[in-house]
Design a protein around this ligand. Structure first.
Ligand code: ADP
Ligand code: MG
Ligand code: ZN
Length: 486
C-alpha cells in the first residue's frame, strides 16, 4: 500500500460450500460432477410449472453440523425464501434460499496466528441453506452460442457469511484454510475448489485506520483459489486506497478478478437486496428443527481439529507443534493415525510424515488423499528401521523406490539385498581390513589424533555401501582401537 498505517482494509467473505449429499436439495436427482449435460435433471430442478420441492433432510443435517461446530446458534425455525432474478441457467426465475431467518446465526472460526494478531477470531454473521443454479457454457464454436447445463440446478449449498472483521489479504487466506479444514472434518463438503465445491466472494472497503466508520465496499468475484483471493484483495486495497488518496470516491460495484492480467475488472454496479424481491417460499413449510433432533446432531458431531490435536499429544506423545501440523487436514490426521495403528513410536512417525511425506506432497503438489503409499506401507518401512533391519539412510532410498515402483518395503529389501548388516563378526572383519589398508591414519590415531575416528567409521560404512548398522560400527571400532592402543 502507498500509505502504510494510514489506511486499513475491512474485509467480509461470503463462501458457498457445496454439501456432499448424494442427491439434490429439493428433488431426488443425483449430485455428480462431470456427468453428461442435462442427464441429472427432473421436473423439479428443471423448474417446470407445477413441480414441487421436497427438502433433503441430509442437507439440513450437514448445515446444522457446521453451525454447531463453529459455536453458532441454530435457528430452530428457519424460513426458505425466493430470491428472484433472471438468468438463463436459472429456469425457475428464482433461487430458493434463506433470507430473513437463516438456519444459523453467529459462530466463529479461530485462524492461525498471524504477525498482526495472534489470537484472531473471525465471527460469522450467518449460515444459510440454498440451491445452486445451472451452468452456462460458452463453447468456442466460432459462432456466438451459449449452452445450458442444468445438472447443477438444485445442488445443495450453504452460504457462510463473515462479519466484516478480516483486516488483511493474509487473514482472508487463513480464514479460508480454516473453513475448508472444518468442512472436511465435518465431512459435509469436499472443499475441492477446482470442482467448484467451494466458492468465495470477497467484500472489501478501505478506511482511515483511526476511523470506526466503514468505507464504501466493492465485491470481488471469480476467485477460483485461495491464492487468487489473497492477490485480488491486495490489488483492490491498493486501488481503493489510491482512489481515496486522489480525492475520488470508491464506487460500490461488483468486480471480476482477472488472474491473467492480475487486475479486477468491473462487472456490474452492485445490486441491492431489494432488487431480488425476496419473499417467503410458498411451496415449502418453515424448517423446524426440534430439540430431540438438535440434541442428536450435537452428540453426533465428529472430533474437531483442536480436540484431535490435543488427543494426539497425549496418545502418541508428540509435541503440540507436530500435532498441529498433523491435524491441519483431516486426511493427514487419518493417515498418521493409521500409521500409528501399525507402529509404536509416535515421534518417529510424525517426523517421517512431516518431512519425507509432506516433502513429496509439496513437490508433486498433491494431497494426502491421493498419495500412493498407503499408511500401512509407511508403517512397514518404519518398523524395518525400528528393528534395525535397515538404517535411516537406506530407509530413505527404499522410500524413494516405494514411491517409484509401488512395491512394499520388504519386497524392495529382499530384491536389492539392502538389509542392514548387524552381524558383529562381519563388521569386525571389515574394520580389520580398513585399518590394515590405512596404516598411516591408524598410526596418527594411536599417537593421540583421536579426532580422526569418524574417518574410520566413514570408511567402514563405505565398504558396506552404507548397509552396516552405524551404532554397531561405532561400538566395535572403538573397542578395536582401544585394544590396539593398549
Ligand atoms: P448484502 O446483503 O449486500 O450481501 P451483507 O450485510 O450480507 O450484505 O454483507 C455481505 C458481506 O460483506 C459480509 O461478509 C460483510 O461482512 C461484508 N461487508 C459489509 N459491509 C462491508 C464493508 N463496508 N466493507 C467490507 N465488507 C463489508
Ligand atoms: Mg449477501
Ligand atoms: Zn431433479
Amino acid at each position: 500500500m502507498d500509505n502504510p498505517g494510514r489506511f486499513e482494509a475491512v474485509i467480509g467473505l461470503e463462501v458457498h460450500a457445496q454439501l456432499a449429499t448424494a442427491s439434490k436439495i429439493f428433488c431426488g436427482c443425483r449430485v455428480e460432477f462431470g456427468a453428461p449435460p442435462n442427464s441429472l435433471t427432473c421436473p423439479v430442478c428443471q423448474g417446470l410449472p407445477g413441480a414441487l420441492p421436497v427438502l433433503n433432510k441430509r442437507a439440513v443435517e450437514f448445515a446444522v453440523r457446521l453451525v454447531l461446530a463453529t459455536g453458532g446458534t441454530v435457528n430452530q425455525r428457519s424460513v426458505f425464501a425466493r430470491k428472484n432474478y433472471f438468468y438463463p441457467d436459472l429456469p425457475k426465475g428464482y433461487q430458493i434460499s434463506q433470507y430473513e431467518a437463516p438456519l444459523g446465526i453467529g459462530g466463529r472460526l479461530k485462524i492461525p496466528s498471524t504477525s498482526e494478531d495472534v489470537n484472531k477470531v473471525v465471527r460469522l454473521k450467518r449460515v444459510h441453506l440454498e440451491e445452486d443454479a445451472g451452468k452456462s457454457l460458452h463453447p468456442e464454436t466460432g459462432e456466438y452460442q451459449t449452452r445450458i447445463d442444468l445438472n447443477r440446478c438444485g445442488t445443495p449449498l450453504i452460504e457462510i457469511v463473515t462479519e466484516p472483521e478480516i483486516r488483511t489479504p493474509r487473514e482472508a487466506y487463513e480464514y479460508l484454510v480454516m473453513l475448508k479444514q472444518i468442512l472436511q472434518y465435518l465431512e459435509i463438503c469436499t472443499g475441492d475448489m477446482e470442482k467448484g465445491h467451494l466458492r468465495c466472494d470477497a467484500n472489501i472497503s478501505v478506511k482511515p485506520a483511526d476511523s470506526s466508520e466503514f468505507g464504501t465496499r466493492t465485491e470481488l468475484k471469480n476467485l477460483n483459489s485461495f491464492r487468487w483471493v489473497e492477490r485480488a484483495l491486495a490489488y483492490e486495497i491498493d486501488r481503493q486506497t489510491q482512489t481515496i488518496v486522489a480525492g475520488r470516491k470508491v464506487e460500490q460495484m461488483t468486480l471480476l478478478w482477472n488472474e491473467k492480467k492480475q487486475i479486477a475488472e468491473p462487472m456490474r454496479s452492485k445490486e441491492e437486496s431489494h432488487d431480488y424481491r425476496y419473499f417467503p417460499e410458498p411451496d415449502l413449510v418453515n424448517l423446524v428443527i426440534d430439540d430431540v433432533w438438535l440434541a442428536k446432531l450435537k452428540s453426533n458431531l465428529p472430533e474437531l481439529p483442536e480436540q484431535k490435536a490435543a488427543r494426539f499429544v497425549k496418545q502418541f506423545q508428540i509435541p503440540e507443534y507436530d500435532a498441529g501440523v498433523l491435524t491441519s487436514s483431516r486426511g493427514l490426521a487419518d493417515y498418521y493415525e493409521t500409521v500409528m495403528r501399525n507402529y509404536t513410536d509416535g515421534k518417529t512417525a510424525s517426523n517421517w510424515v512431516m518431512t519425507e511425506i509432506m516433502r513429496v506432497l509439496n513437490e508433486e503438489k498433491s494431497d494426502i488423499e491421493s498419495f500412493r503409499l498407503k499408511p500401512e506401507a509407511t508403517a512397514e518401512l518404519l518398523n524395518l528401521i525400528k528393528d534395525g533391519t535397515v538404517s535411516g539412510k537406506i530407509a530413505k532410498e527404499i522410500f524413494a523406490e516405494m514411491l517409484a515402483t509401488g512395491k512394499s518395503a520388504s519386497e524392495i529389501l529382499s530384491a536389492k539385498g539392502l538389509t542392514q548388516i548387524s552381524d558383529s563378526t562381519l563388521i569386525n572383519e571389515i574394520i580389520e581390513r580398513v585399518l590394515t589398508q590405512d596404516r598411516e591414519n591408524l598410526k596418527k590415531y594411536l599417537s593421540g589424533k583421536t579426532q580422526i575416528f569418524g574417518h574410520f567409521v566413514g570408511a567402514v560404512m563405505k565398504e558396506t555401501k552404507g548397509k552396516a548398522n552405524p551404532a554397531l560400527v561405532n561400538k566395535l571400532l572403538k573397542e578395536k582401537l582401544d585394544a590396539l592402543a593398549r
